[in-house]
Ligand binder design. Structure first.
Ligand SMILES: CC(C)(COP(=O)(O)OP(=O)(O)OC[C@H]1O[C@@H](n2cnc3c(N)ncnc32)[C@H](O)[C@@H]1OP(=O)(O)O)[C@@H](O)C(=O)NCCC(=O)NCCS
Length: 121
């Protein structure tokens, strides 16, 4: 597998034949203290390539290439909430910060996960 930046806001994972097998969209904004934070907007691994550590590799690649951030965070997507797959984020060093009930629809909320990378820059 090869990981690379497709644009400055998107990482793609490519398989052996150069086919796209996963992607991660993110924001990299500067806050009022001039520190930068990453928000993961969405990530996806093709179903047949899941549980092969490709999602974790994309998060690691992002952090390794943006070492100047204080926080990396995300609000979980609908599919993740439906299958209760939040363990993926815990395994990648994130902490559950809060939960917003019935966000997508009744019974399907969204959860904020965050991981501190640096105290400050
Ligand atoms: C979430 C997603 C990107 C994870 O990608 P992945 O490549 O399968 O994840 P990894 O193989 O790196 O998983 C790392 C660890 O998390 C665990 N994990 C991954 N998906 C999980 C799930 N759905 N439920 C529970 N644990 C999960 C793995 O078992 C693995 O544990 P291990 O280290 O003990 O083997 C992928 O399942 C996906 O594309 N899902 C559909 C879209 C989605 O929900 N995106 C997230 C939006 S918030």
């Amino acid at each position: 597998m090869i990981l690379k930046f497709k644009t400055d806001k998107k990482i793609i994972a490519l398989g052996d034949k150069g086919q796209e097998i996963g992607y991660l969209d993110f924001g990299y904004s500067q806050d009022a203290s001039n520190n930068r934070n990453i928000d993961i907007i969405y990530m996806h691994v093709k179903p047949e390539y899941r549980k092969m550590h490709i999602g974790s590799a994309m998060i690691k690649f992002l952090i390794d290439n943006k070492p100047d951030v204080v926080w990396i965070s995300l609000w979980t997507g609908k599919e993740m909430e439906r299958i209760k797959g939040n363990k993926f984020y815990i395994k990648n060093g994130f902490k559950k910060m809060c939960h917003h009930k019935d966000y997508y629809e009744k019974g399907i909320g969204t959860t904020l996960f965050a991981r501190k990378i640096n105290e400050r820059i």
